[in-house]
Design a protein. Structure first.
Length: 222
């Protein structure tokens, strides 16, 4: 398991602003105004999390996963209360991105994480590449999907453009020219394929989904 930790994140206005305005071809779309419609949780307006689209852009040796919203929370709000998940597949191997507006640095002991995250704070946003996902044993009403943190990756929230970007090094997912990035499967999508969820103690359920989408197009690395 990789233990790479990115100590300094690029400010959101510098990292995401140009990408949100660039012509990133979406690999999924979601109607505006439908967040929490099924759950009735009341978090969509004005707190945010209303997904609109997601796209992938290759820049140098990195893949930029750009997610836009109809409305979204400012960076640093509601740490540990909400997280975004995107399960994807690279040439037959499943991965997942987890993003939060902030992270207070507690380990997920049920998933077998060490104490490496104790005291870690990411005020500009917390972004993680995960893999080797597996559905764990039921604990009470929870049946957790445990994904190992492969790498803490760069990324940033940009509330002004209602977007955020997670940057995945191509080498981290063994992507190369000609690789196909498609909809994730298996345990990586155990909670959802793409969604914002509420969570407690690093646990999420399908019943906590605030808004979700499905990756409908395959991205070819060129």
């Amino acid at each position: 398991m990789k233990r790479t930790i990115v100590a300094t994140l690029v400010a959101g206005s510098m990292l995401v602003g140009g990408l949100a305005q660039a012509k990133v071809k979406p690999v999924w779309d979601d109607p505006a105004g439908d967040a929490d419609a099924a759950q009735g949780l009341g978090y969509s307006i004005p707190a945010g999390f209303d997904l609109v689209s997601g796209g992938i852009l290759k820049k140098g040796k990195d893949l930029h996963f750009v997610v836009t919203h109809a409305d979204m929370p400012p960076s640093g709000s509601l740490p540990e209360g909400f997280r975004f998940l995107w399960a994807f597949n690279v040439d037959g191997t499943d991965f997942r991105i987890t993003a939060k507006s902030a992270d207070i640095g507690k380990p997920d002991v049920l998933a077998g994480e060490s104490n490496e995250r104790v005291g870690r704070v990411d005020p500009q946003g917390h972004f993680r590449l995960e893999g080797d996902c597996a559905t764990g044993a039921t604990v009470g009403v929870l049946q957790p999907v445990n994904c190992k943190p492969l790498e803490y990756i760069e990324g940033a929230f940009d509330a002004g453009n209602m977007a955020f970007t997670a940057i995945v090094p191509m080498k981290s997912v063994k992507a190369k020219k000609g690789s196909f990035i498609s909809i994730g499967g298996g345990d990586a999508a155990g909670i959802c394929g793409i969604c914002w969820v509420t969570h407690t103690a690093e646990r999420s359920l399908q019943s906590t989904i605030v808004d979700q989408a499905t990756m409908t197009k395959t991205y070819k690395v060129r």
